[in-house]
Each structure stands twice: as C-alpha cells, then as structure tokens.
Design a protein around this ligand. Sequence first.
Ligand SMILES: [Cu+2]
Length: 360
Amino acid sequence: MLRRKGPSRLLLIFSTLLLGGCALNGPQSIFDTAGPVAASQADLFVYIFWFAVFVFVAVTAALVYAVFKYRRRGDDDGSVPDQIHGVAWLEAAWTVAPAVILVLIGFPTVRLILETESRVEPGQQDLVVNVTGYQWWWEFEYPELGVTTANELHIPTGRRVVLNLNSGDVLHSFWVPRLAGKRDLIPNQDNQLWLSADEAGLYRGQCAELCLGAHAYMRMRVIAESEAEFSAWANSFQQGGAQQVQAQVGTPQLEAGKALFKTKGCANCHAIAGYAQGQAAPDLTNFGVRTSLAAGVAENTPENLTNWIRNPQELKPGNLMPTLWAADDPKRDEEVAALVAYLESLGTQAPPTASVQARR
Ligand SMILES: [Cu+2]
C-alpha cells in the first residue's frame, strides 16, 4: 500500500501548487474586467463554462450509473449479454442534444466575434494609437496628437481607443487581460483592436506570442485617466519636448547627462523630442514621468535606472541594449549618475498649460 501513497501525495502537492496560482482578481485576471470588451468576453466565457459543467455532470452521471448497474455480479455465468442495436429514442437524444448545445453556444459566440473583431472606422470621439511591437518592447504613437512613447499606453477613461497593431520584426500579441482579449501584431498585416477602460487605473499587459529572447519580459502598462489628466500628459509631449529639454538643463550634472546622451551613443538608438532622433529603441521623451522601465520589467526609480544603464542584460537578459562602459571604466559611475539625473528630469517640470489640440 505504501507504494501507492507516493503518487497520490505527489498529485496532491502538485495540484495545490498549481491551483495556488489561480486567483480571480489577480492583476491580469480576465475575470476582473475593467472595460466593456473584456466584460462581454468574460460573460461569454462564463456562459459557455456552465454548458461545459452541465455536459460533464450529465456524462459522468450516466457513466457511473452504467458502471454500477451493469457491473459483473457473483452469479454471472460470463456469457455475453443480449446485444441491442439502435434504440431509436436514445440515438435521437444524443444527436439532438449536442446540436442544441452547439446552437446555444454558437450564436452568442459569433455575435460577440462580429461585435469586437470587426474593423472600426475611428470617429471624432475615438482615440487612435499606432502600436508597434519590437523585440522586446512596445511603441505607442498617437498620430492625431503628435505623441510617441514606449511601453506605457495612456488612455482617457470611457473613450473608445482604436489600436492599429503592427510589428517591426517578428510576431507579437497585444494582451491587456482586464481590458480586452489578445490580438496579434503581424508585420504589414494592419491588425486592429479596440477597447476602452471604465475606470481610471493601471492595467498590466504583456506580449502573448512567443517572440524569442526576452519575450517573457515584454510587458506593458495601460494607464487610464480622466480626460483632463490625459490631455495634460499628451500636451507635455506635444508642446515640444524641445522646450522641455531646454528647461531641464541647469545644474552641471544635468548638463553633463544631456551631453553624455549624445557622446556615449544613446542618441543613436533613442529619440528625445527636440534633442535626439534615434529610431532603434524606445522613445525617451518625458522619460521622467514613466512609472516603469524596460517594458514594465522594473519600476522607474533612480536606483533601477542606474542598474539598467550600467548593465541592461542583468535586469532583462537577452534584450537588445548594449552595455556602454567597460567594467573597469573609472568614469562609469559618475557618467551613469549624470545620465540617470538627466533622464529622470525629463517631463517632470510643470506641464504646459495650453490644451491638447487634435491635429486633424
Ligand atoms: Cu513579443
């Protein structure tokens, strides 16, 4: 008997660990919905779930009943029982029942697919964002607002946001579970996804399509906020990172950081509106107002940013940003500190007052 306890105990431990990972209200739970698209998808899921429960219970009950009713008894002579072929009512029942269930599941499913999947023509009220997936970060460009940023998507609550999805390299998938189901980003495919958030808040997402290397670290944040907050945010970009950048410099350390951004080569890959035009990497305009770093992998604190710039591979193994100092470079700490001070200062000055003007 001891022999049989091992496996069952293992199973118990394993399933406890596995189920321990389940929570209906985790930060990326499809059940804790925060917008109409995710809500209707979750409702459909729960609706279909109950059909599955019904089928499971009915089939298991029939099975258990048959096993006990027709089991071999002591007085059995071992002969084959009478063979009955084709009980009309039974065969009709198990043909019709699945068909009915399929219809009950199929209609609401197709309806929701058509509702959420179809391409929409963005109207005056909608916010359009061009999303591009790169290994292993996200670019968010607001064509009507002249804003480009990375890894943190700001949206106003209650408004429909139309995302044009594209990829700069391999396949990625945009997934913010509390707001909407996932949709692939495919080079030259022009996929679209629309969503909206009911309430202000921070919603976490991640790439849901294996894109090699640092795929597991390709996260993102959606920050839903009031129209006023959203306008202020967008406006601080729009009014020209140029003035912003000018306003930042002042102390010798900030001046040094700004200069190093070019002399160390950061500007070859990164853009800062009005100052640098690199294309290969996340746009760092107003980086100081970001909450996260390296596609949501760490909080944007001076300490984490220092570690990141010193050695990007430590925080996010496999990512495409190189280390720009030799390990024994005596100026490393001082230069990194200046760059950190400079980047953290971007966008954190008082926001300009003029309101956001759509360009169209
Ligand atoms: Cu990806």
